[in-house]
Design a protein around this ligand. Structure first.
Ligand SMILES: [Zn+2]
Length: 599
């Protein structure tokens, strides 16, 4: 996942009830089929119709459950709370059933043969992990709707058929199966890890390294020709960089599912052959998008396949904490940056800014061990360490990369560690352990021990040795406190320009008399055309001695000039730069990191 805003997750987590006892195993079921109805009638009710059929060999109770969470989204959501009209039948006659806990149903068959059950699923969420609908559209993820038999493992095949309008299209990474709109998965993990878009949306594809890379954008108008070409160009570069790390693309095809409206919070959720992104309409051309795509794409290897042993195999009934999210998410954030610079989308300045961001965010957070912070997303901690495993894990990944290159005279790198662990653990059907990780880091660094490093900086709370390690790559950092002007507004961009969607009471804009619906034309001498213009504005007036600035707006048909009181707020920025005249080895290490090379 990449978090842009955590508030939605926190709200969901707060509603989580107490975990259930594990119920007894279900009777075996075979020939499992699901049917999802997403036609205009069902999506008009913000519902999906779900049916499941399977065969039983007797009358022993069948115990079925829905997942409590979706892998990648480390929050208990309890998908069962969205189920209604649960109806099991055999030969058209209702079967006896009861709930064993809030996510588990017990059904008693009357005889051997086929059981059919159906339910309605409420699909109205603004959340990357939960089904939602629009009048001509449905999104769902398998964890939302596919019941599994309790205590029977997850290695059983299943088929999915989607019932929809004849003119609507379907996008999923799941393998096609015989029959109209039918798909199949060989086990439950795969079944629940291929999201679906159904309805009217933009869909396009291109080839990268012999694999189809596809865009599924909702609404269709969000994928203009220019955005399509630009996004494909980014994905070409990002996937080429990531494939170079691991030596292969482990998916048949890969889909970027993207929802853009005014409701979404922003961010992405990874799957084994796709990513589900939410991009606010005002951000459709924002500079952070390549980084988002790069982060989520890297997850196709790191966490979807190469994964801590604590999360192999996934369990779906309860939280599955690990001390290693700093590798699964933080190191992925580091490679999110590497994917864009190695692909040539961004330059060294952007990479340095990215590293500066990791340093600043880590410095601004409480001194919590990153392995402890990794455990916490399940409980939405209130100590300020929520999500710390992203920047601190990214920074540690960066420092390890430098130390490995230093120890091996730049003949090895963090890339080698990732690739070796991918081959030695994931490909051998297991997760990586602490011994795997630190053993491989040490070997890559020419036999150096990282026991002390892990004890002090990963499992311990000592400040990271950022300056001394960065020097080995000819890099340095400096923290500055800026006094920037802030307005206290939220905005959205559309074809008419930038409009105000919210004004905080007590803020500078509120004092100037700005109202929701106003369109901002200029601020001081800065013309405002989109969200990025505010960055220009802040830079232009950082530390200014002016007390007011003209704020030109359009209100209806009128053009009005308001007087904006200048209110400055402190912000600490970390600036990363090259050390002039750094030794040749340090320069080789720095270039190797940014180019993805060893020499
Ligand atoms: Zn992530």
């Amino acid at each position: 996942m990449q978090r842009t805003f955590l508030s939605a997750l926190i709200a969901l987590a707060a509603a989580a009830p107490i975990a259930a006892q594990t119920p007894r195993p279900s009777a075996p079921i075979t020939d499992v089929r699901y049917e999802i109805t997403a036609d205009s009638a069902s999506v008009g009710r913000h519902q999906l119709g779900v049916s499941m059929t399977f065969r039983v060999n007797g009358t022993a109770p069948v115990i079925l459950a829905l997942p409590a969470w979706s892998p990648g989204h480390y929050v208990l959501i309890w998908f069962a709370r969205r189920v209604s009209q649960f109806t099991p039948e055999q030969n058209g006659a209702p079967l006896a059933w009861k709930k064993l806990d809030y996510q588990t149903w017990e059904i008693t068959p009357r005889s051997a043969g086929t059981v059919q059950l159906s339910f309605r699923y409420l699909a109205d969420a603004v959340d990357r992990a939960v089904a939602w609908t629009a009048p001509n559209f449905a999104f769902f993820n398998g964890t939302n709707v596919f019941l599994y038999p309790v205590g029977r493992g997850f290695n059983w095949p299943a088929q999915v058929t989607v019932r929809t309008e004849p003119s609507w299209r379907i996008a999923t990474g799941m393998d096609p199966a015989p029959g109209t709109n039918s798909f199949r998965a060989s086990n439950y993990h795969d079944l629940t890890d291929h999201p679906f878009y159904v309805g009217r949306f933009a869909f396009d594809s291109t080839q990268v390294a012999g694999k189809w890379i596809r865009l599924a954008f909702y609404p269709a108008a969000s994928l203009t020709t220019a955005r399509r070409d630009r996004t494909f160009s980014w994905l070409q570069k990002i996937f080429s960089a990531h494939i170079a790390v691991f030596g292969e693309a482990p998916f048949r095809n890969y889909t970027v599912f993207q929802r853009s409206d005014t409701l979404v919070n922003g961010g992405g959720l990874e799957h084994q052959a796709s990513q589900v992104d939410e991009v606010h309409v005002s951000q459709l051309d924002a500079g952070y998008l390549p980084g988002l795509y790069s982060h989520e794409a890297f997850h196709a290897w790191n966490v979807k396949r190469l994964r801590p042993a604590d999360m192999v195999p996934y369990r779906y009934d309860d939280a599955q904490p690990t001390t290693w999210l700093w590798v699964s998410e933080g190191v992925t954030d580091y490679y999110g940056e590497l994917g864009t610079i190695r692909g040539g989308i961004t330059d060294s300045l952007a990479f340095f800014n990215g590293i500066g961001g990791f340093i600043a965010q880590t410095a601004g957070a409480p001194g919590i061990a990153v392995s402890d912070a990794s455990l916490s997303p399940w409980i939405s901690p209130t100590d300020g360490s929520g999500g710390l495993y992203y920047p601190k894990g990214a920074l540690i990944g960066f420092l390890l990369d430098i130390m490995i290159r230093e120890g091996s005279n730049n003949r090895s790198s963090l890339d080698h560690v990732m690739r070796t662990l991918y081959n030695e653990t994931y490909k051998r059907g297991r997760g990586f352990t602490s011994a795997d990780w630190w053993g491989e880091v040490g070997r890559a660094a020419g036999g150096k021990s990282f026991t002390e490093f892990a004890r002090r900086y990963v499992d311990g709370r000592e400040p990271l040795p950022t300056d001394s390690v960065m020097r080995l790559a000819g890099m340095q950092s400096r923290s500055d406190t800026l006094r920037e002007p802030r307005l206290g507004i939220s905005t959205a961009t559309d074809t008419g320009g930038l409009s105000v969607t919210g004004v905080s009471s007590g803020g500078a804009a509120s004092a100037a008399g700005l109202r929701v619906g106003d369109r901002i034309i200029s601020l001081g001498d800065v013309t405002i055309t989109n969200d990025d213009s505010f960055g220009t504005f802040r830079e232009r007036y950082t530390g200014t001695a002016l007390t007011t600035l003209p704020l030109v707006i359009r209100r209806g048909t009128e053009t009005i000039t308001l007087q904006l009181p200048v209110r400055l707020f402190s912000r600490t920025v970390t600036v990363v730069t090259s050390i002039p005249g750094a030794p040749e080895k340090a320069v080789r290490i720095r270039n190797g990191i940014m180019k993805g090379t060893t020499q």
